[in-house]
Design a protein around this ligand. Sequence first.
Ligand code: FES
Length: 258
Amino acid sequence: MSNHLKDITLKIWRQSGPNDGGHFETYKVDEISDEASFLEMLDYLNERLINEGNEAIVFDHDCREGICGTCSLMINGQAHGPERATATCQLHMRKFKSGDSITIEPWRAKAFPIVKDLMVDRSAFDRIIESGGFITSPTGGAPDANLIPIPKPVADAAMDSAECIGCGACVAACPNGAANLFTSAKIAHLNLLPQGQAERYKRVEAMVETMDEYFGSCTNHGECEAACPKEISIDVIALANADYRKAKVKNRKQLARN
Ligand code: FES
């Protein structure tokens, strides 16, 4: 056999629906190419299952380019697998050896209930964004970009935060099931920029408090940063915490004035 073809054993979580207990099933995938992506390997397995009259394995994917944040697999206990700064869809089979056994599970977090097999419901993230992930902006033509001067380090920090693709790996990796990295990245992205100032304190308060309704609390494990395919720094959590404290003081002053 060529060095570029591998025989892999997969232990995959199968669950028929939210109320099913779920279980692992073992599948063999023979002669999979080094060049195949991890999701292509699952496509290949699914084609075989369908041809054999069996039900395909359900998993999330869309762009397959590390952009949309849809892919979400726990691979051998690691969110998005063994390669740093890599979403599941960007992982290739060259990372594994022939004869390897790979365990594939859905994200494990109370706030992300399993829909089926490897697909989870991440709509709790949508509730956080709905509560404050927007800016007030006048309608009409877009203003000239250079009309609002933004220092380069501020623009860079905002863009680093904006890289978050909302995949949920941070939550899946956190022992507390906390969503502080996701929420803080979304807060920092808007709160750092001049365009985000109008709702700055209202935003941080609403987003943090919505997050607390669904997710666990951050105790600084740092697993989120290690699992993030976009390498978002946990520094954004410090920034969001500082803004949250200021929001509470500001609100108290407003209450005292009313
Ligand atoms: S499928 Fe879009 S980021 Fe992986």
